[in-house]
Design a protein around this ligand. Structure first.
Ligand code: ZN
Ligand code: ZN
Ligand code: FE
Length: 333
């Protein structure tokens, strides 16, 4: 087995190459995350596990040497799993607020701890849900990749935000919030500290973003009130998605925050992005020739129209929460 990074000299980015991952189990019969399994034990609300089949390791073996522009680096890093609830079924929306706040605390703790390793440049926390996304285990969980480099998408965002900060003297993301508020067509939900909207520049049909209203760069900068507000908006967002078509909607959730390489990123802004692959109840958007081959996204329809459907599902979500005794902290736009 080997864990290495190979440089793509054509695109200028790293590929993580791990030879052992091919052997990871595909949807095993007994859940390894349920309480009482050999991995998890009993008596927990949120559990952090190290990935048994990690793409990155702290003692990586490299099988090939760099030759010329074919650079190879050890695949150094951490791959962790955050099991968010002992309950086997469901989504973030099914986790009570105080427990979900604990999940936020775990994201903070892992961001800080893994980021304190000098070799780690970026702690990427994300969540894959649903079989069409390729999830091998159904038990609710998120993942963390602590990377020895800043991934390309983040690099791009940093570059744009830095430029905007320099040219306009303010934060790009704060500016987007104010634009959304002025235009008002794409905001779906907001509470005191966070706002949920479908971006003007959405790439996925029902893509949504959550921005913190306060200008901060990483999840560890949230105060306690903001942590609860984040748990609230995560509950609302996932419930909304699951009510949109009346089935548990697959999605990718990506947490975007500043790198952990000890540099200054005052111009960047903490946010969370959701990409559900569905474009309709029974249709998926497949990134194909134009997206994969050219890197340009096509969007069928209009984000402003989809916002109407999302708001409708969001209103339903709030009503259902109220019926079940959870009072949401914000309101539908
Ligand atoms: Zn389970
Ligand atoms: Zn900002
Ligand atoms: Fe982002």
């Amino acid at each position: 087995m080997s864990n290495e990074l190979r440089w793509n000299p054509v695109l200028g980015e790293w590929i993580i190459v791990a030879s052992k991952r091919k052997r990871r189990p595909w949807r095993p019969e007994t859940c390894p995350f349920c309480p009482g399994s050999s991995e998890t034990g009993y008596g927990w609300d949120v559990k952090v596990l190290s990935n048994k089949f990690p793409a990155l390791k702290t003692n990586p073996t490299v099988k090939v040497k760099s030759i010329d522009i074919y650079r190879v680096r050890p695949g150094y890093g951490y791959c962790e799993i955050v099991v968010e609830t002992p309950i086997h079924e469901g989504d973030l929306c099914d986790i009570p607020l105080d427990k979900l706040k604990k999940v936020v605390d775990v994201f903070i703790d892992r961001y800080v701890r893994l980021g304190s390793d000098r070799k780690i440049k970026y702690v990427y926390e994300f969540r894959n849900k649903g079989e069409v996304i390729g999830v091998s285990l159904h038990h609710p969980h998120s993942q963390i990749y602590a990377l020895p480099f800043i991934p390309p998408k983040i690099k791009k965002e940093l570059r744009q935000a830095r430029k905007f900060w320099k040219n306009r003297g303010k934060c790009l993301f704060c500016h987007i919030i104010s634009l959304e508020k002025t235009i008002g067509k794409r905001i779906i939900y907001e509470n005191k500290y966070f706002i949920l909207f479908i971006p003007f520049f959405a790439m996925w049909p029902f893509e949504t973003h959550i921005y913190s209203k306060r200008h901060l760069q990483s999840i560890d900068m949230l105060n306690d009130d903001e942590k609860y507000a984040l748990a609230d908006i995560l509950k609302v967002t996932t419930k909304m998605y699951n009510l949109l078509f009346g089935f548990s909607l697959p999605y990718i959730m990506a947490i975007h925050q500043k790198p952990t390489d000890r540099k200054e990123y005052e111009y960047y802004h903490f946010h969370i992005e959701f990409y559900p692959p569905h474009r309709d109840r029974d249709k998926l958007k497949y990134p194909a020739g134009i997206e994969r081959g050219a890197g340009t996204f096509t969007y069928d329809g209009l984000p402003e129209e989809r916002a109407i459907y999302l708001r409708k599902a969001c209103r339903k979500a709030l009503n259902m929460f109220t019926e079940n005794g959870y009072k949401c902290m914000g309101k539908v736009s």
